[in-house]
Design a protein around this ligand. Sequence first.
Ligand SMILES: Cc1cc2nc3c(=O)[nH]c(=O)nc-3n(C[C@H](O)[C@H](O)[C@H](O)COP(=O)(O)OP(=O)(O)OC[C@H]3O[C@@H](n4cnc5c(N)ncnc54)[C@H](O)[C@@H]3O)c2cc1C
Length: 605
Amino acid sequence: MAAPAMETHPYDVVVIGAGGAGLRAAIEARDAGATVALVCKSLLGKAHTVMAEGGVAAALGNVASADTWQIHFRDTMVGGKLLNVPRMAQLHAQEAPARVNELERWGAVFDRTRDGRILQRPFGGHSHPRLAHVGDRTGLEMIRTLQDHAVASGIDVYMECTVTHLTTGMGQTTGAFGYWRTTGRPILFPAKAIVLATGGIGKAYEITSNSWEYSGDGQALAYDAGAELIDMEFVQFHPTGMVWPPGVRGLLVTEAVRGEGGILRNSLGERFMWKYLPEDRREEYAATDEEAARWVTALSAGRETDARRPPELSTRDNVARAIYTEVKEGRGTPHGGVFLDISYLPPDHVRRKLPSMYEQFKELADVDITKGPMEVGPTTHYVMGGIRVDPDTGATTVPGLFAAGEVSGGMHGANRLGGNSLSDLLVFGARTGAGAAAHAKAMTDQPHVDPVQVETAKRELAAPFERTGGEDPYTLQRDLQSTMQRLVGIFRIDGDLSDALAELAVLRARWDSVCVDGGRAYNPGWNLVFEVRNLLTISEAITRSARLRTESRGAHSRLDYPELDDAHWGHVNSVVAKGADGAMTIRTGPLPEMPPDLAALLGSH
Ligand SMILES: Cc1cc2nc3c(=O)[nH]c(=O)nc-3n(C[C@H](O)[C@H](O)[C@H](O)COP(=O)(O)OP(=O)(O)OC[C@H]3O[C@@H](n4cnc5c(N)ncnc54)[C@H](O)[C@@H]3O)c2cc1C
């Protein structure tokens, strides 16, 4: 079958990914005078950001007047088990309020306090109610607002267009190559600067809250172009996904349910989170059911209170491990989860604060959450690790290549606090757009794209059609997900991780003979071929990093090394890069030094 002719579209800045990070980067780069292409593999408006429910974290101080960026910084660092890049956590906490207010000026309609300010709700690990929100549909409002603003500012949008290769030369990236999903026609974007904003990796696992789009494309493209990936062992398993019916297993049950007062119980009716609170932070949580109930009553009435938060609002890593343990020890629900109950609050209140959850359980599980509990269990949700970036500009270690949003690493350390992703997208999306535009401006000419690299990329696109009797991409993806779920899940052990690496090597060899039928237009099997290639790369990076870190910290729990080991691991990131021979290398690298003024904010944490 002859390949269709290639299109070529040169730009100053090409942003790959149209979620919150990509849209915010595109707006900033355009405002700086760059010509900008925004490329996304699904329809505009369908990125992951649209699924975000609970809210965007920013120390606005609208509900708790005592809240400040300094406390937000401390919470983020403590939640990340101090492995965050301090400068990123600082910029994030300082700039999130301005970015949220800007969103409001651009037309976002947030829920309101009684005196008309942006309402904020509590979330796990945040000392104060901090999440600006729109019911449980915050991402929808955010993406709608950013999208309107971006399109009006004059960027060019290429949707249903997948980038499969980056080209390099002259010591920097020179362009992005891919194809239209609608026709299969190849497309090349020569670019002075490229921003990766492609999101996460959830499709490496069987049970995940993530959609098909999360196949680690940006991480794998950056890795192949020579960039470093840091902290890939830190994959966040969200404590509450649906466990039943089977077709929706893994679908997210927002943390806002617990933020609004949801109580977790096991099959014996025990409120088990009391048992799992970390001793060193015990004083931050209510001492009794009665104090927790006072906190919920005050929250529902929009009042400040001296009651401390309920135990369900511990950090995600801790709650996920607690649920996993309860189920494993035989105190799970009939479908292998635990109960999450918000039905003790007035039905109108639940429906108003959690409209999507109400509909989700009614439609999908025939459960009315105003009348009875939900069944929930852990689900793969977010990756803290990612492409190493410069905090101020989003520059990666490869000149010309930038990254922002979930695809990048460093901001969240060993565990992300809920709500800190949406604010991360806004803060670092804007900074990265500016960084990419400045890089482009400093270049006089469009970089030369090496035609040999383009021909190689075209041949790789065509190859699956030319083979017969090879591997089916769907079988490969299923086998890969099974490996990661079984061997690189919530609890890890060296033997399993070694087995996973062996299985991944076999899968990699099988990928070489992958083949597909049919034509190029709207061919999901063909699309999956390149996503599985990327998933293989990032799964290997996760597994090698998990094997390297012989301690337990945040979302990374080693059964064979159950303790936090600050002496060896408290000040280092894991770093994955492509070696000269093409094999993956793994090493530790020093975490950037914490300046004394920031260290002082942590106190005795
Ligand atoms: C159900 C759910 C609820 C969540 N709730 C919250 C919340 O309340 N608060 C919070 O802070 N966080 C939340 N998160 C996390 C947060 O939504 C994500 O981390 C965030 O939206 C990621 O944004 P992004 O811009 O990095 O990527 P995305 O929004 O996922 O955008 C990625 C973009 O990249 C494109 N893309 C990917 N690969 C390619 C390719 N090869 N070629 C071209 N385009 C490509 C996609 O098409 C898409 O446009 C939630 C996540 C989920 C799944």
